[in-house]
Design a protein. Structure first.
Length: 165
């Protein structure tokens, strides 16, 4: 019965709100083109390049585990496939552009593009990855510290309840 109510609620939500999502007009070709230029200006191409390389190298690594004697040939094929599949990056750029174009008006996209082409926007594009990397590193260290503090607090509170963890 519980599952039936959940299914009914989901069906109601899809019928009520799903139409609104589907009714949104598709972005214009011009908006998608502007969005694509924005993604490229922000460094999207450089961000997507490692994805292809990673997929090829992971696949090669999996094949090497079961066929180590084929290392030279697998390395040759890996280099060939990295080049062959580099064009797939366009699919990622196109998809990202479509997502931007669906979420921002064409004028907003043009305004963002103007910003990212400005000196400050170019600086942000160059510096932001460094800031994000440093933030991620800090989050990892911070998370470990917080995790230790949380564990110590759990132990202290559980000890009050007569449990030694």
């Amino acid at each position: 019965m519980k599952h039936l109510r959940l299914a009914a609620a989901l069906l109601f939500a899809c019928m009520t709100f799903g139409g609104a999502v589907l009714a949104q007009p598709a972005p214009s070709a011009s908006a998608v083109a502007t969005a694509r230029e924005l993604v490229e200006t922000k460094g999207g191409a450089a961000m997507f390049d490692p994805v292809i390389v990673s997929v090829v190298e992971q696949t090669k690594g999996a094949l090497l585990q079961t066929n180590p004697q084929l290392a030279k040939d697998l390395n040759d094929v890996s280099a060939q496939l990295r080049t062959e599949f580099a064009s797939k990056r366009d699919e990622l750029l196109g998809y990202a552009a479509k997502l931007y174009a669906e979420r921002f008006s064409e004028q907003e996209l043009k305004d963002m593009l103007a910003f990212y082409k400005s000196p400050l926007g170019r600086k942000m594009s160059n510096v932001e990855p460094q800031v994000l990397d440093a933030t991620f590193t800090y989050i990892q260290q911070w998370g470990q510290q917080i995790s230790e503090q949380v564990m110590n607090r759990f132990r202290a509170e559980m000890k009050k309840k007569g449990h030694n963890l």
